[in-house]
Design a protein around this ligand. Structure first.
Ligand code: NAD
Length: 239
C-alpha cells in the first residue's frame, strides 16, 4: 500500500517536466491524480499511462472558469480533493530597461495570479473535507535575486509569500500550505542553462525525480505538522 492511498491530487502544468514527474510519483504512492495543463496531447497521454486513477483536464491557470471546471471535474471523477500542487509556470528574462510590460504581465499572470486562483478554487472543497495540502512551486529565485529574471523572481517571491498568508489563515481549517524551491532542474524550461556553469555543492544539476520525493512528503501525513514552510531542493546551490 502507498503513502497516499485514497488521496486525490490536482497538479497544474503536469503534462511535462517537473509536474509530470510529480504526477507519476503521487500516483505511484496510491493517489488519484488530475493532470491539469494547457498541453492537451501530452496531458492525455500521461493520464492514459497512469491508468484508471488518473485523468486529464484542460486548465489554463489564469482562467477562473477553467479552475471552476477543473475542481468540479476532480469532484465528479474522484469524489474529493486533498492535494493541490501549483506547478504551472513560465520564465522570461531581460535587463530591466528592456523588460516590457507585456513580459511582466505574462509571467505574473501564470506564476503568481495562477497560483492565487488555484488556492482560492480548492479551499471550499478542502474545508468541507476537514483539511488538505497545498504546495506552491517557487524556486531558488524566490529566495534570492538573479539578473534579468525580474518578473520571474517577483512571481516566485510572491507564491512563497502567498503560501505563508494562507498557512496562517487556513491552519485552523486543517489546510497546510508550503512552498518548494527547486534549484537547476533539467527540463524544457532550462535548456539554455548549462549546469556546469553553476556552483552546485552536490556536483550535478537536478532531475525532476530529485524534487518529486519532497512533493510526495508534503502531500502525505508525514508532513502533518508542517505549514508555512520552505523546502529548498537545490543540491546546495543557495547554501
Ligand atoms: P516546463 O516548461 O517543462 O513545464 C511547465 C508546464 O506548465 C508545461 O507543461 C506548460 O504547458 C505548463 N503551463 C504553462 N503555462 C500554463 C498555464 N497558463 N496554465 C496551465 N499550465 C501551464 O517547466 P518545468 O521546469 O517543469 O517547471 C515547472 C515549475 O517548476 C515551474 O513553476 C517552474 O518555474 C518551476 N521551477 C523550475 C525549475 C527548473 O530548473 N526547471 C527550477 C525552479 C522552479
Amino acid at each position: 500500500s502507498g503513502r497516499l492511498d485514497g488521496r486525490v491530487a490536482l497538479i497544474t502544468g503536469a503534462a511535462r517536466g517537473l509536474g509530470a514527474e510529480y504526477a507519476r510519483a503521487v500516483a505511484a504512492e496510491g493517489a488519484s491524480i488530475l493532470i491539469a495543463d494547457v498541453l492537451d496531447e501530452p496531458g492525455e497521454a500521461l493520464a492514459a499511462e497512469l491508468g484508471e486513477r488518473a485523468a486529464y483536464a484542460h486548465l489554463d491557470v489564469t482562467s477562473e472558469a477553467d479552475w471552476e471546471a477543473a475542481v468540479a471535474a476532480a469532484a465528479a471523477r474522484f469524489g474529493r480533493l486533498d492535494v493541490l500542487v501549483n506547478n504551472a509556470g513560465i520564465a522570461n528574462s531581460a535587463p530591466i530597461e528592456h523588460f516590457t510590460l507585456a513580459k511582466w504581465n505574462a509571467v505574473i499572470a501564470v506564476n503568481l495570479t495562477g497560483t492565487f486562483l488555484g488556492c482560492r478554487a480548492v479551499v471550499p472543497a478542502m474545508k468541507a473535507a476537514g483539511g488538505g495540502s497545498i504546495v506552491n512551486i517557487s524556486s531558488v529565485e524566490g529566495l534570492r535575486g538573479s539578473p534579468s529574471l525580474h518578473g520571474y523572481t517577483a512571481s516566485k517571491f510572491g507564491v512563497r509569500g502567498l503560501a505563508k498568508s494562507l498557512a496562517v489563515e487556513l491552519g485552523p481549517a486543517g489546510i497546510r500550505v508550503n512552498s518548494v524551491h527547486p534549484g537547476f532542474i533539467d527540463t524544457d524550461m532550462t535548456t539554455r542553462i548549462d549546469p556546469a556553469n553553476l556552483v552546485i555543492p552536490l556536483g550535478r544539476g537536478g532531475a525532476p525525480r530529485d524534487v518529486a520525493g519532497t512533493i510526495v512528503f508534503l502531500a502525505s501525513d508525514d508532513s502533518a505538522w508542517i505549514t508555512g514552510a520552505e523546502f529548498v531542493v537545490d543540491g546546495g546551490m543557495t547554501a
